[in-house]
Design a protein around this ligand. Structure first.
Ligand code: CP
Length: 316
């Protein structure tokens, strides 16, 4: 079956998930992002690649990093940017999501960046928009957060360029995490040989090993000799029922402290997609410590999102 996010000649039309995207497209995005890192260092932080285009950010769920970096990225590409405030839009009066999209299309929108609590929302919109419009999934339910996965592997590649010789551990609430799924697909597609997940059994999806990961339930064993540590937030808003005894007990067993960090390689980097629950999944001493690359991740998100939008616009 044809991948719905690719054109008939294999180019990126929408970005909905990393699952099924070929390695050459991931590398095209990462290499293009590399060329945009320097734009932030210029006095005039703009390139004209999206001049005359209109990008609509529609976030049905809260966001700090993703929404803001998409806006900065679109502006650096010289696009006109609309940030639809869903709470004050006609959605609040009962308008359907597709009627909202159709109305913004009538205003000549060229690209939609969508965050939604329901898995599949961005796919649904991509199936219904006019052929010249591009859709980017900015996080849908527990399904996918492809630009987060891409910015995470971009960060890994910057600090640990030999991707074919890495051990990566993803720690925490994999069950509810769209970020974890996108990270796993990106890392395995790019040829990282060993991806581990470390979590209590209650926070792992059934048959998670089918994604190509090694499963650990103990931080000492799981962190041994890893190069990259990717922490995950406890997604309390997506949990049905009590999956953990308490946040304190979780921190004791799975929270990343300096003591547990010492199990990894001495030059291991620590990542977190944010927002962080300090004292729940990560200790402040680690989050703000010398091995943390959590804020550079955010900065690289701009270059990666510029890359995605410019590639999509170039494939119109
Ligand atoms: N990582 C991430 O998606 O953060 P926001 O929810 O702030 O966008």
């Amino acid at each position: 079956m044809r991948n719905p996010q690719l054109t008939s000649d294999g180019k990126l039309k929408h970005l909905l998930t990393i699952d099924g995207l070929p390695r050459n497209i991931l590398n095209q995005i990462l290499d293009t992002a590399e060329s945009f890192v320097g734009v932030a260092e210029r006095e005039v932080k703009k390139v004209p690649l999206l001049r005359g285009k209109t990008v609509c950010n529609i976030f049905f769920e809260n966001s700090t990093r993703t929404r803001t970096t998409f806006e900065i990225a679109a502006k650096r590409l010289s696009a006109d940017v609309i940030n639809l405030n869903v709470n004050t839009s006609s959605q609040a009066k009962g308008e359907t999501i597709m009627d909202t999209i159709d109305n913004l299309t009538a205003m000549h929108a060229d690209m939609f960046v969508i965050r939604h609590a329901q898995s599949g929302a961005a796919h649904f919109i991509a199936q219904h928009v006019e052929p010249h419009i591009h859709v980017i999934n900015a996080g849908d339910g527990r399904h996918a957060h492809p630009t987060q996965g891409l910015l995470d592997v971009f960060t890994v590649r910057r600090y640990k360029p030999d991707m074919h010789n890495l051990r990566v551990a993803i720690i925490g609430d994999v069950l509810h995490s769209r970020v974890a799924r996108s990270e796993i697909h990106a890392l395995t597609t790019l040829g990282v040989p060993e991806v581990r997940v470390i979590a209590p059994k209650t926070l792992l999806p059934a048959h998670v090993e089918k994604l190509g990961v090694h499963v650990y339930h103990d931080m000492k064993e799981g962190l041994k000799d890893v190069d990259v540590i990717m922490m995950l937030r406890l997604q309390n808003e997506r949990m049905n029922g009590a999956l953990l005894p308490s946040a304190q007990e979780y921190f004791k067993c799975f929270g990343l402290t300096q003591e547990k960090l010492a199990y990894a390689k001495p030059d291991a980097i620590v990542m977190h997609p944010g927002p962080m629950n300090r004292g729940v999944e990560i200790d402040s001493a680690v989050a703000d410590g010398s091995q943390s690359v959590i804020l550079p991740q955010v900065t690289y998100g701009i270059a990666v999102r510029m890359a995605v939008m410019s590639i999509l616009a170039g494939n119109s």
